[in-house]
Design a protein around this ligand. Structure first.
Ligand code: ARG
Length: 585
């Protein structure tokens, strides 16, 4: 092949030559500028940019950022004169105080397609987190209460946070911290005696427990003795009373089984189902001891509180008058238990921004207790969703939302009769596209932004939607199926020299940067935007660069390899986001 490079790539610290093929080109630029400026290539690598105007080049550096004596624009000019091209870097020009470099795109194409051919599903990943462990706590619904939009966002974004760590070489543990403890479970038990049905419980535990909970809450509003019974019941549970616990265990286990099915539909599974109930009395008492020793506890009306006003964090109640624990107390115990068990390097709490204060209090209390790993705990928050209800009314169950989504998607699909008749398993496909629509709508903007759930917009096959991404993927799969020949890695790269081919290769080459960048921001929108741009670039290329209908077989083969690599990359991005890429739709 004519584009196999012979010049060895300079070793620059911070460049990941194995996992990021653009880094080879960046290493050359960094070394060239290092020679000109006398500054170390490692430092230069870190400040390389992509020119805003692609006409200017592929890699740029703002000379002022090097902080050297003299007029930056003049210096840039002098360096341009000194530059001599090599196999990797073909030109160097100056625009004001910017120095711009062009890279050998066909060489990039050659190295890149080779790499993707070898790595396939692994393309884009790196090992920067090898040896590190991340605990990701996400979803965490409350038993017998609605699985609301906040839980759905926690589930979707949390799964992404976990995937991003996996892709960057971390070991990850996904943990679901169920809301399964507290006085309300005493109330639920009292309600079950009155309104419960074994049969309904087995059939649909989540819905039945919710119904019972609503009814008994209404009763409790009218009759205070019911609340007393609930408190008494919960106290027995906290004391470990077997009879009280066995009913609650049944509620919990059946609910988890049901949740597992729904999570499977979303392509999510948890390594651990934990929950507030699983925090041991022992670790809570130990924490309370430390708090007492550090003189942080105050009594107020028989309850124990921590005054955090000097940190502008209000007051945290850690023990009730009757000696029972609270949400925050269990979180303190849970954090300590998790660290002892997993010795994580990072722990993420995927919780809505409504609980910002709660998590700030938690982290502050841990810090005041003298816990040195508190810096590893991070609250990954997000804004609210409004209008997430089924067409019939307010949906409180995740299953209802997914059912409604599937049905609506199914209707959209039926509008195109011809295509619809070719889909083998329309129900399943509608489910996957529907879920993709919900997920992409959720991840399309910065996490912290609130958004309104929009049934109509998210199902469109045009614009920035989940169906659009799935369609781009399925379209490439169909080309692979229908072109009549297979993938050949030994193509003549020079047959890919059209602008739209080179643009596509450029997009594909950037994917590892996005995987790496997502680890810092934990913003799924960065990957959504990337996937949209990639899909768009694919569709531009497909307008003129055909595979099927291309007479010259060698050209068709070269293009097929390029589209195949694009499809692998798009599929990897969709999987990173938690979607199941569709092969047909
Ligand atoms: N460690 C935590 N506090 N995690 C968040 C749990 C969310 C809680 N179950 C809720 O629905 O509001």
């Amino acid at each position: 092949m004519s584009f196999n490079p012979v010049t060895p790539v300079p070793q620059v610290k911070g460049a990941d030559l194995e996992n990021n093929k653009l880094d080879s080109f960046r290493s050359f630029v960094a070394s060239i500028v290092a020679e000109f400026s006398g500054i170390s290539a490692d430092n230069i690598l870190a400040i390389l940019e992509v020119p805003r105007n692609p006409e200017h080049g592929d890699i740029a550096i703002a000379v002022p950022r090097l902080r050297i004596q003299g007029n930056p624009a003049q210096i840039a000019q002098q360096w341009v004169e000194k530059f001599s091209p090599n196999e990797y870097i073909t030109s160097c020009t100056a625009t004001g105080h910017y120095l711009n470099f062009k890279i050998n795109k066909l060489l990039l194409a050659n190295i890149l397609l080779d790499d993707i051919y070898k790595r396939k599903e692994k393309y884009g990943t790196n090992q920067s987190g090898a040896g590190k462990k991340a605990l990701v706590e996400f979803s965490s619904p409350n038993i017998a209460k609605p699985f609301h939009a906040g839980h759905l966002r926690s589930t979707i974004i949390g799964n992404f946070v976990k995937n991003v760590h996996d892709a960057n070489g971390w070991e990850t543990i996904g943990l679901n911290y169920l809301g399964d403890w507290g006085k309300q479970y005493g109330l639920l038990a009292v309600g079950f005696e009155k309104y419960g049905s074994e049969e309904d419980l087995l059939n649909n535990p989540i819905k039945h427990l919710y119904d019972v909970y609503v009814k008994i809450n209404e009763d409790a509003d009218k009759n205070e003795t019911i609340n007393d019974q609930a408190r008494a019941y919960f106290k027995k549970m906290e004391e470990g009373d077997e009879a009280a616990l066995s009913l609650w265990k049944k509620f919990r286990n059946l609910s988890i089984e049901k949740y597992k099915d729904t999570y499977a539909r979303l392509n999510i599974n948890f390594d651990i189902y934990s929950g507030e109930s699983q925090v041991s009395n022992e670790s809570i008492n130990r924490a309370l001891e430390i708090l007492k020793e550090k003189k942080m506890l105050q009594e107020s009306d028989g309850a124990l509180i921590i005054d955090l006003n000097q940190y502008k964090l209000d007051v945290a109640v850690v023990q009730k008058k009757d000696g029972t624990t609270l949400y925050i107390t269990r979180d303190i115990g849970a954090a300590i238990e998790r660290y002892e068990k997993y010795k994580f390097d990072a722990m993420y709490y995927l919780v809505a921004s409504q609980q910002d204060l709660h998590l700030k209090q938690l982290f502050k209390i841990l810090e005041l207790m003298g816990i040195e790993w508190v810096g590893r705990c991070k609250h990954t928050n997000f804004g609210m969703v409004s209008g997430m209800s089924t067409r019939k009314g307010t949906a409180v169950f995740l299953d209802d939302i997914l059912e409604q989504t599937k049905e609506s998607m199914h209707e959209v699909m039926k509008q195109n009769e011809k295509k619809y008749s070719q889909v083998e398993n329309p129900d399943k496909v509608a489910d996957i596209i529907g879920i993709s629509a919900v997920m992409i709508q959720d991840m399309a903007a910065k996490r912290i932004r609130n958004y309104a759930f929009n049934w109509n917009r998210m199902f469109s096959f045009e614009g920035d939607t989940g169906p659009y991404l799935q369609y781009a993927h399925a379209r490439l799969c169909s080309i692979e199926r229908n072109c009549g020949f297979g993938i050949n890695p030994n193509i003549d790269i020079s047959l890919l020299s059209e602008k739209s081919a080179l643009d596509l290769i450029d997009m594909v080459a950037q994917y590892p940067d996005f995987v790496k960048g997502a680890l810092n921001t934990l913003e799924p929108c960065t990957i959504v935007t990337y996937a949209m741009k990639l899909s768009h670039t694919i569709s531009v290329a497909l307008e003129t660069l055909w595979v099927v209908g291309q007479k010259e077989h060698k050209v068709a083969e070269a293009r097929l390899l390029m589209y195949w690599a694009s499809r692998i990359t798009l599929g990897n991005a969709l999987k990173l986001l938690g979607l199941k890429p569709l092969e047909r739709m």
